[in-house]
Design a protein. Structure first.
Length: 497
RNA sequence: GCCCCUAUCGUCUAGUGGCCCAGGACGCCACCCUUUCAAGGUGGAAACACGGGUUCGAUUCCCGUUGGGGGCACCA
């Protein structure tokens, strides 16, 4: 074996059992980066050898997620390639032939044990405190007898003769040599009674056919890697280099999965993360270039990514950091691009009463006001909805009186709103700067702290206590609606007094 | 239970025998800026799991303990 001697060819090999979650997709990102960095080939292969677990539409959604993240592939189920098929259920004869060869060399044998016997065996093992595993009953059966029974149509599986007195050693790129004693393994199934191969056989055959140079996959495969090594050897295949990347842990410390807070990549898109941010975040979750760089463009990552520097420890998925990073991407994005993303969101999330298409000029105007206030695209609508309505429902009195200044001075608040309405109505030039100047003067005249007065106006005009900057917002909303909202607020407050 | 992997701030990490009384980032706290909220700026608290070795010298090498994760299907 001469690791690394072959051109780099790596694959992302999901099974169609649901949406691709982030733990899974990080493996794809690293494999992709590895391939692109080395000028190698990245391919996608569907591992659908378990008919019972198949979830319709999975493949499409997996490919969608990849596309969304900007990951492309050179060969795959949708585009084919020189080593097609890239869907395992379409290579059944190949797996059977491989099993056949293993049978011939006695590396594998037919097993006729029924599910019932297996269950009883396990029960007995458990009772006796023995490690679970196939006891090898059928291994002793003469091959001729087994072949005859199989020819007669008797249901059976094919097992690989794994258990013996020896040991299996292999090299993992990240951890060095790993050695395990074969007695810790049982004779595992490589061909199921339905004629489908198990993962163990299928991926070995495919990796050979597709000339995979490095098996990049999750850490959860490490314990069964010796099985795969043995199959590669028994079939006379060249062993790829193994690269077992660590799993990602959920907030509860368990392996990230549906049960442990894993979300589909598509959900992140839904929440308003941008692909570049998720990509960046995932790429550096468990990998680092140096002691300071965290923000990378995709191109930069391709340039500097070194798979040998991937951490061997499982990492906890830190949603807060992801959010921060997404905010950074939003802030640094070209404004026109952000405007387009905002428009798309608003189009979707604004109340149906707002006419479509959403006013693009308006979105363009408000973008600079909120770009620093949004970490997720999904937050934008709630922040700017008041721009899109003629009037804003006047918030409850507590919203106005919440601050210490106005709590016991409703009359003052009413007066402040009234004065503000008059001021705004009379501003000569309708610009944020002019409005602010006039409003500050009004505050001074009323002997009220500017901030206190502005708070009242903010609630009246935006309907919120937390909102984009007041005067810029007023400018965009327009004089007439602003005056109307201020008057309505004064009126409503007076009524509660 | 058995097997495998693993161990630096709460989290992600830099660190490959002396440059480290350990650096960066997120988060947290304080202050500044300020019309709210953000953003931004400044400062701060915060880690080498433990015990043995090896060495003139260990965060770095070895062994053990403990902790964490993963795996033990006719699932991948």
């Amino acid at each position: 074996m001469s690791p690394g001697a072959r051109p780099v060819r790596v694959r992302y090999a999901p099974s169609p059992t649901g949406d691709p979650h982030v733990g899974n997709i990080r493996t794809a990102i690293w494999a992709w980066l590895f391939a692109r960095h080395t000028g190698g080939t990245f391919l996608v292969r569907l591992e659908d050898t378990d008919q019972t677990r198949e979830v319709p539409g999975s493949l499409e959604r997996i490919l969608d997620a990849l596309h969304w993240l900007g990951i492309d592939w050179d060969e795959g189920p949708d585009i084919g390639g020189p080593h097609a098929p890239y869907i395992q259920s379409q290579r059944l004869p190949g797996y059977r032939a491989a099993a056949e060869r293993l049978l011939e060399t006695r590396a594998a044998y037919r097993c006729f044990c029924t599910a019932e016997r297996l269950a009883e065996m396990r029960k007995a093992q458990q009772a006796a405190g023995e490690p679970p595993g196939y006891d090898g009953l059928c291994r002793a059966r003469p091959a001729e007898e087994a072949a005859a029974r199989a020819a007669a149509g008797e249901a059976h599986v094919v097992r690989f003769a794994m258990r013996d007195e020896g040991r299996t050693a292999f090299e993992d790129l990240l951890r060095g040599e790993i050695t395990v004693e074969n007695r810790h393994f049982d004779d595992f199934v490589i061909l199921k009674s339905d004629g489908f191969p198990t993962y163990h056989l299928a991926h070995v055959v495919d990796d050979e056919v597709m000339a995979i140079s490095h098996i990049t996959r999750g850490d959860e495969w490490l314990p069964s890697a010796p099985r795969h090594v043995r199959i590669f050897d028994a079939l006379g295949y060249e062993r790829p280099v193994f690269v077992h990347t660590p799993v990602i842990l959920g907030p509860d410390g368990g392996k990230l999965s549906k049960r442990h807070g894993a979300k589909s990549v598509l959900e992140y898109a839904e929440d308003g993360y941008v692909p570049a941010a998720l990509f960046n975040f995932l790429a550096i979750l468990g990998w680092a270039l140096d002691d300071k760089t965290e923000l990378f463009t995709r191109e930069r990552l391709v340039e500097v990514f070194d798979i040998a520097k991937v951490s061997v420890n499982p990492a906890t998925f830190d949603t807060q950091k992801l959010e921060w990073m997404n905010g950074v991407y939003l802030r640094e994005m070209p404004e026109a691009e952000l405007t387009a993303l905002f428009a798309e969101r608003l189009e979707r999330d604004l109340p149906p009463a707002v006419p479509r298409p959403v006013d693009r000029e308006l979105v363009r105007a408000l973008t600079p006001l909120v770009r620093e206030r949004v970490k997720l695209l999904g937050e934008v609508t709630a922040l700017v909805d008041f721009f899109f309505a003629d009037d804003v429902p006047t918030p409850a009195a507590e919203e106005f009186l919440g601050s210490k200044r106005w709590r016991d001075d409703v009359a003052g608040a009413v007066a402040g709103l009234g004065a503000s309405a008059a001021t705004v109505e009379g501003v000569a030039t309708w610009s944020a700067a002019a409005i602010e100047a006039a409003m500050r003067a009004t505050a001074e005249r009323l002997a009220v702290r500017a901030g206190d007065l502005f708070t009242l106006c903010r609630v009246a005009v935006t309907g919120k206590r937390v909102a984009p900057p007041l005067f810029e917002s007023m400018e965009i909303v327009g004089r007439e609606p602003v005056v109307r909202r201020l008057r309505a607020a004064a009126e409503a407050l007076r009524a509660t007094a």
